[in-house]
Design a protein around this ligand. Sequence first.
Ligand code: DGL
Length: 273
Amino acid sequence: MECKKNAPIGVFDSGVGGLTVVREIIRQLPNENIVYFGDTARVPYGSKSQNTIIRFSEQIIRFLQTKQVKAIVIACNTASALALESVRDEFEVPILGVVVPGAKAAVEATVNGKVGVVGTEATVQSGMYTKVIQRMNSEIQVLEKACPLFVPLIEEGFKEHHVTQEIIDFYLDSMKKTDIDTMILGCTHYPLLRSKIRTYMGEQIQIVNPAYETAMNLRNLLKEKDMVNDGTGEEVSQYQFFVSDAAEKFRRFANTVVPFDVPETNVVNIEEY
Ligand code: DGL
């Protein structure tokens, strides 16, 4: 199948979290077109079972394929941890996740070999970060902590609310008392709380946002497959956004995360895919 260089990259998440990955893809690959899908009707994924997360991911990938995407980035740790392996076997389009890039960045960053991971319940229960990190370096100790209330707080725009600060204290207290020197934000929503988490944990902890390494992986993949958009092809509309519900709320939020005016966002009945 001939793949057009100006075909878009598909990116998806359960909601607004994946926009933190979009932001990084745009920085590293400014010529690429992007189709984003946020599953706002079914967020959060972090409290759901693996079968459900696989089914949701399959539906979204089928939808993104109708947009002729040349590659897909699962900009969601939960779906990367629980569904990536299975959808990679099932679909031909190249699919990247965020867990391996995040793990790699942490392995490179840690000096004392003690890494903390914060993520959703499902991601932490899967133990995927521990497995991937220890596959890269079996000496590294990994401490994982689920922070299930972060996602709804972020989706509700509660970033500056005092309740959010209390929840940060509550979840991160035990991690702060350990001697980790590196902490992975193992949920793509969490970089939206980065400054608060950074202040709470202190300057001595290196905070890893897997988005940077993920965008680098994407760039390498596109180069390898000779699919990089050099910007000389025919015009397509650069960034398109789709959600499964509450499009206007999503658009307003997205405008606070990405460095451009988010165009009209369309609702898709994702259960049809
Ligand atoms: N942002 C997603 C993640 O990286 C999902 C959060 C959720 O829906 O629970 O895990």
